[in-house]
Design a protein around this ligand. Structure first.
Ligand SMILES: CC(C)(COP(=O)(O)OP(=O)(O)OC[C@H]1O[C@@H](n2cnc3c(N)ncnc32)[C@H](O)[C@@H]1OP(=O)(O)O)[C@@H](O)C(=O)NCCC(=O)NCCS
Length: 189
């Protein structure tokens, strides 16, 4: 099912816009960090520009066919591509999986939280989804903290679920439902 053109979303400090072919160099530089690959499932290491080109082409195809809504997070103050944040959508179940990375030199600035909040808003309004879920290695406290900050609930741990770089990883599962999101007071403490 073809969709409307992918929107651009504004957060306090980021512009979340569709990826463009010319982003490949910045994606390679950012996603190519060992620190990004270490705690993700699908980012290879080493990472080369063709992988960035294929990533960009695939997420743009995903928007067109309704199976993805993935955004480049551009820092408004500098124009630098600092993040990727997106939803992998399963339309028949009206649910999506949230995923993200942030350039290593921008960690701890709240960007993953800011982008993810915006994606939840998109998921439950424009996209009409019922559930958004995410997973993080149990050994990835910053990602778990992001998921908790945006109101996701822990839904269990899949023990030794992933063998990553020779080490078993427990996978922590999180989710949020449409009515839980609307019940949250976003301006509250
Ligand atoms: C996970 C990741 C996206 C977080 O991005 P970020 O922009 O730094 O996240 P935020 O700044 O929004 O929030 C990070 C939170 O984790 C906390 N945190 C960081 N390191 C921590 C640690 N070792 N223990 C506990 N909390 C930690 C921060 O203090 C912050 O919480 P706070 O706002 O309450 O202080 C980033 O580290 C990253 O790209 N990692 C590699 C890719 C990845 O793991 N992606 C997720 C796959 S599930």
């Amino acid at each position: 099912m073809a969709r409307e053109p992918q929107p651009t979303l504004a957060t306090a400090r980021l512009t979340l816009r569709p990826f463009r072919a010319e982003d490949a160099e910045q994606v390679t530089a950012a996603a190519g960090s060992c620190e990004i690959a270490r705690t993700t499932l699908r980012i290879p290491h080493p990472y080369d520009p063709r992988m960035a080109e294929e990533f960009i082409a695939s997420v743009n195809r995903g928007w067109a066919d309704g199976t993805a809504a993935v955004f480049a997070g551009v820092e408004s103050s500098t124009g630098t591509l600092v993040a990727s944040a997106g939803l992998t959508i399963e339309p028949e179940h009206r649910r999506a999986e949230l995923g993200y990375w942030v350039r290593v030199d921008r960690w701890g600035m709240g960007y993953a939280t800011e982008a993810s909040e915006s994606l939840l808003q998109l998921a439950f309004t424009t996209l009409g989804l019922e559930r958004v879920h995410a997973h993080a290695f149990a050994s990835n406290p910053s990602s778990i903290r992001v998921l908790m900050k945006i109101g996701m609930k822990p839904e269990g741990v899949l023990r030794r679920h992933i063998l990553k770089w020779g080490l078993w990883q427990d996978m922590a599962m999180f989710g949020i439902l449409r009515d839980e999101r609307s019940a949250r007071c976003l301006d509250g403490p």
